[in-house]
Design a protein around this ligand. Structure first.
Ligand code: CA
Ligand code: CA
Length: 280
């Protein structure tokens, strides 16, 4: 009798595994870069002087590849089974494309080693970041270069978020490049938290003199990703704290520091960053 039950159970497991494998095979949506400008050259190398190997026209999308260490002015896409490079502008957006990557956009060569540093993450960094976890959800921390990022699943004011990060020797998130913005976009996408999230950017001291929680002014880090509508709302002058909008593809908006600008959420979740101590 027990034998028979085991057999049935094994059958069930095999069947379930087949279903899971099959659904993974058809659920193959992929990250892509879409261009909303007239014509964009696809470059052979991520440089000004590169040869052009093809073109993207308005609303064309191509498989996008996140290459650590790539110059943030460029994004890598699949082109003729190699990496092609697109100069990033406000009209090039990273999105999710449906279906699977077209054959010609699969990349079969390894990228030019001069564009890729040996490694930006390593196992001991990841282990250090994991040691910061305050919940059982291992997706809430991740490692990016010399930083650990922790997503904190509480809804609080900007100041309370900042204080929590500082009390643990960290800071509210700083985003100094498009590459970091993409990284955070993916991190949040993986957690599937789709609402606005506090980041460390604020102009509470002088209106429009934006600075990060670390004290570094935005004019120094330079990279910005403002949502175009941030200037149009009537509360603009009292909006002194910033949120990261996953549902606007990672653009930023300034809102009330207690979160009132997004009516449905009076307070927000946030991301702390912690610098990984250098190993002696
Ligand atoms: Ca705003
Ligand atoms: Ca302001």
């Amino acid at each position: 009798m027990g034998y028979k039950v085991n057999q049935v159970r094994d059958r069930m497991q095999q069947w379930l595994l087949a279903v899971v494998l099959f659904s993974t095979a058809i659920e193959a949506d992929y990250k892509c870069l879409c261009s909303y400008q007239n014509v964009t050259g696809i470059l052979e190398q991520p440089t000004n002087t590169s040869k052009v190997n093809g073109y993207m026209y308005t609303t064309d999308c191509r498989a996008y590849f996140d290459i650590p260490g790539l110059d943030e002015a460029y994004a890598a896409v699949g082109n003729e089974n190699k990496y092609g490079y697109i100069r990033r502008t406000s009209d090039t957006l990273i999105q999710t494309c449906l279906g699977s990557i077209p054959q010609e956009q699969h990349v079969t060569t390894t990228p030019d080693p001069t564009t890729v540093p040996a490694t930006t993450t390593n196992l001991s960094n990841q282990a250090y970041c994991t040691s910061l976890l305050r919940t059982s959800n291992t997706r809430y921390v991740t490692n990016n270069g010399i930083f650990c990022y922790e997503y904190v699943n509480r809804s609080v004011s900007w100041e309370a978020a900042r204080n929590d990060c500082r009390n643990r020797s960290g800071n509210l998130l700083e985003i100094e490049s498009g590459a970091t913005n993409d990284f955070i976009y993916n991190f949040i996408g993986n957690i599937q938290y789709l609402h606005p999230i506090w980041i460390g950017l604020h102009d509470q001291i002088n209106e429009e003199a934006w600075m990060w929680d670390t004290g570094i002014p935005l004019t120094k880090t330079k990279y910005t990703n403002w949502v175009p509508s941030r200037y149009v709302d009537q509360y603009h002058a009292t909006e002194d704290c910033c949120v990261f909008l996953w549902n606007r593809l990672g653009q930023w908006d300034d809102v009330d520091c207690d979160g009132r600008s997004y009516n449905e959420f009076t307070s927000k979740a946030y991301i702390c960053q912690f610098k990984i101590p250098a190993t002696p």
